[in-house]
Design a binder for this molecule. Structure first.
Ligand SMILES: Nc1nc2c(c(=O)[nH]1)N[C@H]1C(S)=C(S)[C@@H](COP(=O)(O)O)O[C@H]1N2
Ligand SMILES: [Mo]
Length: 315
């Protein structure tokens, strides 16, 4: 059966085109994943892509050849409490959030604070493709092809002072547009934080798109954090402010339930949530369960950040 012309199908074909043209090799190396390289690259797949739809073409794959989660699942099964508590609420109510104009300020312990118009941000820094596993603390997971800028590029540009030790991420506050804020489901704004070295890690992304399209509001448009070795709640959505600070910041879920959600929130199959096991996960779109990997499978790139840290105590 031919692909329907959906953004997902177009994305897939664009990837195939780039692969066939040999243009994705650099991406595969930069991301450290076997993502597109693992699928065999362009060598095996030929220009038949252009003769028409390529029904047998495999989806671009995630780390270790894992299938991408469908665009439909990625955009309709969401956590975004500003819109409500149910997984369907963000997609259903997304159109209420006004996405332009939008600015993102970067301030605090920096020598050159800046406020970016969102459209200027994506022109000021190289746009990167990153396919990452995404693991929610609720023990479900996805594999998502993001586009965005390396957070490190942005932080380097504002020149952190020597006092900067942590980075704080603040989501938008607009109770008139966000029913979960009006209902005070959580203390707002939604705030998350990283240690500066975590923020500077090559994996850490400020995502502005997925599947080759600008983010939709339910996924945190126009810009959200993605930290693939940490539980999903660290990936704060619809950011308006990034602040560099000296002390570890108070972060939303850690304040609401400190025994359940630690500041680090590294994916760790051997530290259970008080109310459920973290040993396995349900990959959305798959039957059965998968084992959860330490650091969500990114230990090679990030385990060294926690040398000497008791990850059971600092969960
Ligand atoms: N501002 C804000 N950011 C947020 C959340 C939220 O409720 N508000 N939920 C978090 C949680 S728990 C998860 S699992 C991810 C979900 O991202 P996704 O819906 O794009 O998969 O967003 C995170 N970022
Ligand atoms: Mo989550």
């Amino acid at each position: 059966m031919a692909d329907p012309i959906t953004p997902e199908a177009l994305f897939r074909r664009r990837r195939e085109f780039l692969q066939n043209a040999g243009l994705l090799a650099a991406t595969a190396v930069v991301t450290g994943g076997s993502l597109y390289a693992a699928s065999g690259g362009g060598a095996r797949r030929r220009a038949e892509t252009f003769a028409g739809p390529a029904p047998q073409a495999p989806m671009p794959t995630g780390p270790d050849g894992e299938q991408l989660t469908s665009l439909r699942d990625v955009t309709s099964y969401n956590n975004f409490y500003e819109f409500g508590l149910e997984k369907e609420d963000p997609a259903a109510l997304a159109s209420r959030l006004t996405l332009r104009p939008w600015t993102l300020s970067v301030e605090g312990e920096v020598n050159e604070p800046r406020t970016f118009n969102i459209d200027a941000l994506t022109k000021a820094f190289p746009l990167e493709d990153r396919v990452y596993r995404f693991r929610c603390v609720e023990a479900w997971s996805m594999v998502i092809p993001w586009q965005g800028i390396a957070l490190r590029a942005l932080l380097d540009a504002v020149k952190p002072t020597s006092r900067a030790k942590y980075v704080v991420f603040e989501s938008v506050v607009r109770p008139e547009e966000l029913p979960g804020q009006k209902a005070q489901l959580l203390p707002w704004p939604y705030v998350e934080g990283l240690r500066l070295d975590e923020a500077m890690n090559d994996l850490t992304l400020l995502a502005t798109g997925l599947y080759g399209k600008p983010l939709e509001a339910q996924n945190g448009a126009p810009v959200r954090l993605v930290v693939p070795w940490k539980y999903g709640f660290k990936s704060a959505k619809s950011l308006v402010r990034i602040r560099l600070v000296e002390e570890q910041p108070a972060t939303t879920w850690n304040v609401v339930a400190p025994t359940e959600y630690g500041f680090f929130a590294n994916v760790n199959p051997s530290v259970d949530h008080p109310r459920w096991s973290q040993a396995t996960e349900r990959r959305i779109g798959e039957a059965g369960r998968r084992p959860t990997l330490p650091f969500n499978g990114y230990g090679d790139q990030v385990a060294s950040l926690y040398r000497g840290v008791d990850l059971t105590r600092f969960f």
